[in-house]
Design a protein around this ligand. Structure first.
Ligand code: NAP
Length: 292
């Protein structure tokens, strides 16, 4: 069994991006610039945005954080999106989700210029990804396939089972795994809450991607000997021994599943760190106008 070390891979990628930024600056080009819009004071969102700002520093990017209180109107938020769309100094930006209930997330996402949509949530980017055109791929699916690439996990002709069909993880990762080329060319099955006999389906998987958000659902009897298991789940469970008062739990029963695997990602330290570096890679792509 080989542990897929997302933390190390993410550090390697940050070093690669930082070297590229150094080269750009030496050539007299502007540093890539990521802006983040944060509404309210949700603890999870605050943490994610702070990590993104820190990652920008590590990559040599400029970053700008724009904050609003919970009661900001949709109109005001859309004005900010419009300003960021038109600001030539901003290469890419994100609006941290979730947004308060009185704001339509879809309206905000669709207002973002797809050429600056480094989260890859705009329908133009989602559509382009599904037909294999250059686009911003959303960060978590992009991070998952990058881990498979860096560990040379064989995917061609393999059976890949994705558990979860959300728009941000399950569906896009299934699309990437079935695309022509590497890492792809897999035969993909997508499972969800209406799937009958989940264990029978997951046992067929050479590559099992668990993105349910239900801790320890994937048990050893659901995994084929020699499979590669990617655990996307990150559920906060109470833990009084931690300063934060919680710990992160994956969807996979790691201790019992790992001995059966060829490769497996831990939680934390697997997919999580890759998500933020994928956003950094997208920002670099935006700054170099690779997506237009
Ligand atoms: P989500 O929107 O809640 O989707 C969960 C999916 O799992 C749904 O498609 C649901 O089916 C399916 N599901 C739930 N229970 C199931 C069951 N018992 N059997 C089969 N399928 C089941 O979640 P998400 O946003 O995709 O996130 C999934 C997990 O990944 C969460 O723990 C989240 O925190 C984590 N995550 C981590 C990162 C990271 O950077 N590491 C990034 C994003 C998400 P239905 O569609 O039928 O309801």
């Amino acid at each position: 069994m080989e542990l897929i070390d997302g933390k190390k891979v993410s550090q390697d990628i940050k070093a690669e991006i930082s070297a590229e930024v150094q080269r750009m600056v030496t050539n007299g080009e502007r540093r890539p610039h990521l802006a983040a819009v944060l509404v309210g004071h949700d603890g999870g969102s605050e943490t994610y945005v702070a990590s993104k700002v820190k990652a920008c520093e590590e990559c040599g990017f400029r970053s700008t954080l724009i904050r609003f209180e919970d009661d900001v109107t949709q109109e005001r938020l859309l004005e900010t999106v419009d300003e960021l769309n038109r600001d030539p100094e901003v290469d890419g930006f994100i609006v941290q989700l979730p947004l308060p209930r009185h704001i339509s997330e879809q309206a905000v996402i669709e207002a973002i210029d797809y050429r600056k949509d480094v989260d890859g949530f705009h329908p133009v980017n989602v559509g382009r990804m599904s037909i294999g055109l250059p686009c911003f791929v959303s960060a978590t699916p992009a991070g998952i396939v990058e881990l498979l690439r860096r560990y040379n996990v064989p995917t061609r002709g393999k059976k890949c089972v994705v558990v979860g069909r959300s728009n941000i993880v399950g569906k896009p990762v299934a699309t990437l795994m079935m695309q022509k080329g590497y890492p792809g060319d897999a035969t993909v099955t997508v499972c969800h809450s209406a799937t009958e006999n989940l264990a029978a389906v997951t046992r067929e998987a050479d590559i099992l991607i668990a993105a349910l958000g239900r801790p320890l659902t994937i048990t050893a009897d659901m995994v084929k000997e020699g499979a590669t298991v990617i655990d996307v789940g990150t559920t906060r469970v109470p833990d009084s021994t931690r300063k934060s008062g919680f710990r992160l739990r994956g969807d996979v029963d790691f201790d019992n599943v790992a001995p059966k695997c060829s490769f497996i990602t831990p939680v934390p330290g697997g997919v999580g760190p890759m998500t933020i570096v994928s956003l950094m890679r997208n920002t670099l792509l935006a700054a170099t106008h690779a997506i237009y």
